[in-house]
Write a protein that binds this ligand. Structure first.
Ligand code: LMR
Ligand code: MN
Length: 428
């Protein structure tokens, strides 16, 4: 513990070491020792830092938010002391940020990022971590500004390059510029850049500018880096062992009763969808920038395992059917929604976020020349019949017909998930 010990801490170094030794396995005792030291040496950096660490460990052991708050306050006090060794300051600040992020307090974390940057202006790492916090709470313009400064001083910083490319792609939809930044960033292979999101968006940008072979190469590299399940299955929130195939047959699932109910009642389901469609303002435009051309809108009935009671009042039979199937109603990683697509629509190839669901489409109004490709096989809908696919695989939709296409989309839990997983997987 030499380099974390300041000049003032030297006379009590042995006592500090003794307390420090006990943090992990005798935490309450360590805390007592640090508190005792603080009685006499109230601005001892190591005593305060040790106290923060002990509180931090206790908070984890007891799963106590109150103790965690106390740990955070203690870390913060370390940063305000006069004579803190660099390495101690940095460790306290970084752990403080980590814990603030853990409880979702990004605004306070950002203040700590600024303290680190002020003390270590040369360390790009601290500027990059500020960007991560800013992006998490959607403060994109500030993040962009920090990244521009970083790249003007340090144009080859991989982490800054991929994050800047990510903003160009997902916020500005500036495909060509995003390709250049993401490619340069990924080629550094620095820690933090080998991340599925960057391969995902680089491939997507390449594919949208027509460089589909280059996109496939990026996806294959993502597979080699174990970021994607396969070149076509590029969801990022996955359970590893689940069977993955683009198209599913009814008999391959345990959901015969759902399919039967949907197909037996399809005309009434269609009537409910058409009735909502006949009034303005209920269907909402697709908002994920998946559309190339055309008009594509949705009306949501269930999402993330929650029923939209307002919308369900307009479609009582449809919602009653979904509510009778726990794996549809309770599918917290999916939705149930009507989807309407107008002639002239093309949806870019894309992948859903998770492999934990299967997507059921019930054809309701299906004109000719409407198609959906999943991985390498293209199909069309039939009125009154379901199609089942895994939307974590790349899929693409075309409407080259002349009247609107209406389907009901029902997401169900992947059949290989255990009851425990269905209860505990985070919603998407
Ligand atoms: C999709 O899941 O992206 C599409 O199949 C939706 C749709 O309306 O066809
Ligand atoms: Mn989709």
């Amino acid at each position: 513990y030499e380099n974390i010990t300041s000049k003032d801490d030297y006379p009590i170094k042995e006592k500090l070491d003794e307390a420090q030794k006990n943090i992990q396995n005798n935490t309450a005792y360590a805390l007592k020792l640090f508190d005792a030291l603080l009685q006499n040496y109230s601005s001892s950096p190591r005593s305060l830092y040790g106290k923060a660490q002990a509180l931090d460990v206790l908070a984890e052991q007891k799963r106590s938010n109150e103790l965690l708050q106390k740990a955070i306050e203690a870390y913060l006090k370390v940063l305000d002391l006069d004579q803190v060794p660099d390495i101690l300051f940095e460790a306290a600040a970084e752990r403080c940020i980590n814990r603030m992020r853990f409880i979702g307090n990004y605004n306070r974390a950002i203040e700590v990022h600024y303290k680190l940057i002020a003390r270590f202006p040369q360390k790009t790492h601290h500027r990059n971590q500020l960007v991560v916090s800013l992006l998490t709470i959607n403060r994109v313009s500030k993040a962009r500004e920090i990244l521009q400064e970083t790249l003007s001083k340090n144009p080859n910083d991989g982490f800054a390059l991929v994050h800047y490319g990510f903003i160009l792609k997902t916020v500005d939809n500036n495909l060509n510029e995003s390709i250049s930044y993401l490619e340069r960033g990924l080629s550094t292979k620095e820690p933090g850049v080998v991340d599925g999101r960057f391969y995902f968006h680089l491939g997507d940008a390449l594919s949208r500018v027509g460089r589909t072979l280059d996109a496939m190469k990026v996806y294959e590299e993502g597979v080699r880096n174990k970021l994607f399940l396969s070149k076509y299955q590029r969801s990022l929130y996955n359970v590893a062992r689940l069977k993955g195939q683009p198209w599913w047959k009814k008999e391959e699932t345990p959901y015969a009763a759902l399919f039967q109910a949907l197909e037996a009642n399809w005309k009434q389901i269609r009537a409910e969808g058409v009735s909502v469609l006949s009034k303005d303002g209920h269907f909402q435009a697709e908002s994920e920038n998946l559309k190339d051309t055309g008009d594509w809108k949705q009306f949501e009935l269930f999402a993330r395992g929650h029923k939209n009671a307002n919308n369900c009042r307009k479609c009582p039979l449809t919602c009653k059917i979904i509510e009778s199937v726990p794996d549809a109603k309770g599918c917290r990683r999916g939705q149930t929604k009507f989807s309407v697509m107008h002639p002239g629509t093309h949806v870019w190839p894309h992948c859903g976020p998770t492999n934990c669901r299967l997507r059921v489409h019930l054809g309701l109004q299906v004109p000719a020349n409407t198609f959906i490709r999943v991985a390498e096989k293209t199909r069309s809908w039939k009125e009154g019949e379901v199609l089942i696919f895994d939307d974590s695989f790349e899929h693409e939709v075309w409407h080259n017909g002349t009247s609107l296409r209406l389907v009901l989309i029902v997401d169900v839990w992947h059949p290989d998930l255990t009851p425990g997983e269905k209860r505990t997987l985070s919603p998407i």
